[in-house]
Design a protein around this ligand. Structure first.
Ligand code: RIB
Length: 297
C-alpha cells in the first residue's frame, strides 16, 4: 500500500524577528534563512520518516532542485513532481523569539496543477492506496473527486482555510486532520470549545474520521466507533512551523500500517513535539528512530 502527497512544494524564507510584525509596523529581521517547505512536501517527508511508501506529486519551477533533493533524501519518490517554467511557490515566515510564526504563502508553480496532471498522476495508484491533500494547490476539489472515484482513501488537511473550501466535495473525505481554527471554520460551529467543534464536525461529516489537533493541549479523535484524546508533551518551543505537518504524516503512516488510532495519535503527537524543538519545517521532522528512542513526558 502506498500514499500520494499531492500538494505544495515551497521555498520557505524564514525571518528571525523579536516579535511578529504588527499592522503598520516596520521591523528588522536578525537573520534570513532559506529552507524547504510547503505542506505537501513537509507531510510527504513526515510520511517517509515514519516508514510509509510515499510518492510526491506537484509542480516546481527551475528553482526547485533543492526541494526535490530534500524529498529524495527522505526516501520520497519524486517521479510525479513536474518541472515547469513558473517559479516555485514560496512562503515568507516570520519566526519570533518565542517560537511563534506568521506565514504568507505565494502559490507560484503550486497553482499550475491541472485536472490533466491529476488524471495522469492517479494512473499510478490503485484502489485502497491513500492520497493526502492540503489546501495550497490548484484543483483540490477535482483531486478529491477523482481520487474517491478511483477508490483511494482520501485524507485531507484543510490548511490554509480559504473561501472556496466549503465548495469542495468534503463529504468524500475519509479522514480529516485539522487544527482548532480550521475545525471551527469548517464545522460552522458557534462555540470554540474543542468538544463542540469535534461534535459539530462529526455530525456534518458522519462518514469521516476526524482528528482535531489542539497544539499544546494535544489532539482529539473521532470515528464511528470511538472518541479518543491524547495529551501533548511539554517541550521547549523553538519553532512550531511544520509541527502540524509532522503530526499528519506520522498519524497517517501509522494508520496505514494498521496501528490502532490511540497508538497512532501518541506517536504523531510525540513526533510533532520533537519537530517543535528544531528550527525549520521539513528539516525539523524527526526520523522514526529518533521518535522511538526519545523519552518525553
Ligand atoms: O505548515 C508549514 C508550511 O506552511 C511551511 O513550510 C510553508 O511553506 C507553508 O506552506
Amino acid at each position: 500500500m502506498k500514499i500520494l502527497s499531492l500538494g505544495s512544494l515551497n521555498i520557505d524564507f524564514v525571518y528571525s524577528v523579536g516579535h511578529i510584525n504588527l499592522e503598520g509596523e516596520t521591523i528588522s529581521a536578525r537573520e534570513r534563512e532559506c529552507k524547504p517547505g510547503g505542506k505537501g512536501l513537509n507531510q510527504a517527508v513526515a510520511l517517509a520518516q515514519a516508514g510509509a511508501s510515499v510518492f510526491m506529486a506537484g509542480c516546481v519551477g527551475p528553482d526547485g532542485s533543492k526541494l526535490i533533493e530534500t524529498l529524495q533524501l527522505s526516501g520520497v519518490d519524486t517521479t510525479l513532481v513536474h518541472k515547469i517554467d513558473e517559479p516555485c511557490g514560496h512562503a515568507i515566515i516570520q519566526l519570533s523569539d518565542s517560537g511563534a510564526n506568521s506565514i504568507i504563502i505565494y502559490g507560484g508553480a503550486n497553482m499550475q496543477i491541472t485536472p490533466q496532471i491529476i488524471d495522469r498522476t492517479m494512473d499510478f495508484f490503485d484502489a485502497d492506496d491513500y492520497i493526502l491533500l492540503q489546501n495550497e494547490i490548484s484543483c483540490v476539489d477535482y483531486a478529491i473527486r477523482i481520487a474517491k472515484e478511483r477508490g483511494l482513501k482520501v485524507a485531507f488537511n484543510p490548511s490554509p482555510i480559504s473561501d472556496e473550501l466549503t465548495t469542495y466535495p468534503l463529504e468524500l473525505v475519509d479522514i480529516f486532520i485539522l487544527n482548532e481554527l480550521e475545525g471551527y471554520t469548517l464545522s460552522g460551529c458557534n462555540s470554540t470549545a474543542d468538544s463542540d467543534i469535534i461534535d459539530a464536525l462529526a455530525s456534518k461529516f458522519p462518514q469521516s474520521t476526524i482528528v482535531l489537533t489542539l497544539g499544546e493541549r494535544g489532539a482529539l479523535y473521532h470515528d464511528s466507533q470511538s472518541n479518543l484524546s491524547c495529551s501533548a508533551f511539554k517541550v521547549p518551543v523553538v519553532d512550531t512551523t511544520g509541527a502540524g505537518d509532522t503530526f499528519c504524516g506520522y498519524f497517517l503512516a501509522f494508520t496505514m500500517k494498521g496501528v490502532a488510532p490511540k497508538k497512532a495519535l501518541e506517536i504523531a503527537t510525540k513526533a510533532s513535539a520533537l519537530a517543535i524543538g528544531k528550527k525549520g519545517a521539513a528539516v525539523s521532522i524527526p526520523s522514526l528512530t529518533q521518535v522511538e528512542s526519545v523519552t518525553l513526558t
